[in-house]
Design a protein around this ligand. Structure first.
Ligand code: MSP
Length: 596
């Protein structure tokens, strides 16, 4: 397929003449189909399917903290949906084509594939060390992906949505992105030389003039606006939704979707024109379809796709990608979950500043659960967060080691629980109507924990993981307060009434711990497993459906009452020394001395 054509360029804006393929008006908006009877039947059929993705990671350098954050967020959603009984698919992987990778391989003196394989393995190793439970790991250099991209390209081409034209303007290799003049500013490089940079990323840009293929992006402007206006939840949080709407109200030029082979060899050739290489972002975005089984078997997954992305790649996911999908006649992602960035000492992480946080090293220092908990508890989607080792140690000590670990230790320690069982609940000691030994605050606590699963669910659904963890942490404090208030270690166990009250206090506390352990599984899978195993909660009893809190108080049977506790496998989470956190691994401390 070779195309005779005419083209001319003006400034950075590509000016083109259409050739060969007549322009087809863009396909009808697919999101409207969602409300149609036909699709809602389809949705009902497999409405327990869930498909979540991370961005695929560039392999030009080793993984850093920000990469782990994207992966931990997506892993948390995946695990949460599995707990809820969904059939969940979770894809991650590496983005291996493009100029940036070609240059990094050259600089390393390796052939590109060997270079990519090495760094891709580092990502895989990080993810398995941090319990990222992906169901598919895609590399864009795989054959299945090449086939998907070639097919996708051909669909767009056959619909007349790609044409040969010319691009003249700014390009940032670091961002693999084309920029408008208004997005470019002046700066000095490390040698004091004047350069042009992207105002958004700060990365160097270069002027390029090339004959290449253009995608008719401008034709989708109003459909994209309609999609976003009709689906206020499509891009979350709200401020990013608004940012995309604003971009869409500005000029939306057509997009160059190929590079000349003479400049970029490391990529998928344009079908039928091996003088051109497919633009790395088009190639990369199609990974989400490849994993879903495109072009033949993607239906089960594609209409339930959700993407987790960092704010720097919003335009690619919320404008280019939906436009490509509309062009190809495919449904749009259900939600694009956007997160902000991690800074270090208030500064952007960068090699030149020497402040890049190595997530593998940190997960060895603080444990995988420790890093997961910190990132999800402190990471706020709306605004950037600052990382310091000290903050990690302080948070983990306070919430995992002392508060949650201390509570488990108190309630399972042989001094207070010599029979090592889930003791009985006594309705007379803690009646539904006041009058037993429980006080007003105790009823307040039960009420809060009863409501906790719904609160956590609401926050997990909205990607406000930090709010879910805040709510759990507040409830853990309430339970510690409950135990502290009634000082069961001071009661006279020879007195039957006191013994029943001690048992009731421990029964309630273990029920609280069971709820916390179950809800925390997506966040700290190892610690949750340890906690639930210590309580004697079997794997099939750890789902969302099994959360029924304090059945005995509701007048129902409790399957755990009287059951032997699981074996003691040590402290739940070891304390860290805040000031030396960067020098040491977690110490095995003595069990907490909470028992008087
Ligand atoms: N390869 C593209 C994505 C293609 S997806 C079809 C890419 N890769 S990346 O390796 O540069 O970035 C991957 C993810 O890491 C993005 O979500 C990005 O936002 C995230 N982070 C990169 N730096 C970050 C921080 N400092 N903090 C948090 N996340 C950040 O972009």
């Amino acid at each position: 397929m070779r195309f005779p054509f005419l083209f001319a360029t003006r400034g950075c804006r590509a000016v083109y003449r259409l050739h060969q393929k007549p322009f087809l008006s863009p396909v009808p908006p697919l999101w409207e189909h969602r409300s149609s009877a036909a699709l809602s039947t389809q949705l009902c059929k497999d409405d327990r399917s869930y498909y979540i993705t991370t961005p695929i990671f560039y392999v030009n350098a080793s993984p850093h903290l920000g990469h782990l954050y994207s992966a931990v967020l997506a892993d948390c959603f995946h695990r949460y949906k599995l707990l809820q009984g969904f059939n969940s698919k979770f894809a991650t992987g590496t983005d291996e084509h493009g100029l940036k990778i070609q240059q990094a391989a050259e600089a390393a003196g390796k052939d590109p594939l060997t270079f990519c394989t090495g760094v891709s393995k580092q990502f895989r190793h990080l993810f398995s060390s941090c319990n990222i439970s992906y169901t598919d790991y895609i590399r864009t250099t795989e054959q299945r992906h090449r086939e998907a991209v070639e097919h996708f390209w051909s669909v767009l081409w056959n619909k007349g949505l790609i044409y040969k034209g010319s691009y003249e303007g700014w390009y940032s290799t670091q961002d693999e992105s084309f920029l408008m003049p208004s997005q470019v500013g002046d700066a000095l490089d490390s040698l004091g030389k004047e350069i042009k940079v992207s105002l958004e990323s700060g990365h160097k840009v270069e002027w390029m003039k090339e004959e290449n293929y253009m995608f008719r992006l401008s034709a989708f402007q109003s459909q994209l606006l309609d999609w976003l206006r009709g689906n206020p939840q499509a891009v979350q949080p709200e401020r990013f939704h608004q940012a995309v709407l604003k971009w869409l109200q500005e000029d939306l030029p057509d997009l160059s979707v190929s590079r000349q082979r003479s400049r970029l060899q490391w990529g998928i050739p344009v079908p039928g024109d091996d003088e051109q290489t497919i633009y790395v972002w088009l190639d990369a975005l199609v990974n989400y379809l490849t994993v879903a089984g495109y072009p033949d078997k993607h239906n089960q997954w594609w209409h339930v796709a959700r993407h987790v992305i960092g704010k720097d790649i919003l335009k690619f996911h919320a404008i280019y990608w939906p436009a490509f999908l509309l062009g190809a006649g495919l449904p749009l992602p259900q939600v694009i979950h956007v997160h902000s960035h991690w800074t270090v000492g208030g500064k952007k992480m960068s090699k030149s500043l020497g402040n890049v946080v190595d997530p593998l090293e940190r997960s060895q220092m603080f444990t995988a659960d420790g890093m997961r908990y910190f990132l999800l508890r402190q990471g706020v989607p709306d605004s950037d967060c600052d990382y310091t080792d000290d903050k990690v140690a302080k948070l983990l000590n306070a919430e995992l080691a002392d508060s949650l670990g201390g509570l488990l230790n108190r309630c399972t320690a042989p001094a207070l629980n010599p029979a090592q069982v889930y003791p009985s609940f006594c309705p007379q000691s803690f009646p539904r109507a006041h009058g037993g030994r429980a006080v007003h605050e105790d009823y307040h606590m039960l009420d809060a924990i009863q409501k906790l699963p719904a609160v956590v669910e609401k926050h997990y659904e909205a990607m406000h993981i930090y709010k879910a963890l805040e709510a759990i942490s507040a409830c853990v404090r309430l339970t510690n307060g409950f135990v502290q208030r009634h000082t069961p270690w001071k009661l006279d166990r020879k007195n039957n009434e006191d013994q029943r009250w001690v048992d009731t206090i421990i029964h309630i506390s273990l029920e609280c711990l069971r709820i916390y352990g179950t809800l925390l599984q997506p966040i700290v899978p190892e610690a949750s497993n340890k906690l639930l195993s210590r309580l004697g909660v079997q794997p099939h009893e750890r789902s969302w459906a099994g959360l029924n809190f304090l059945a005995r108080y509701q007048g129902m049977d409790c399957p755990f009452e009287g059951r032997a506790l699981g074996s003691d496998s040590g402290v739940l989470f070891s304390r860290l020394e805040p000031h030396n956190a960067d020098k040491q691994k977690p110490k095995k401390t003595k069990k907490s001395a909470n028992l008087k």
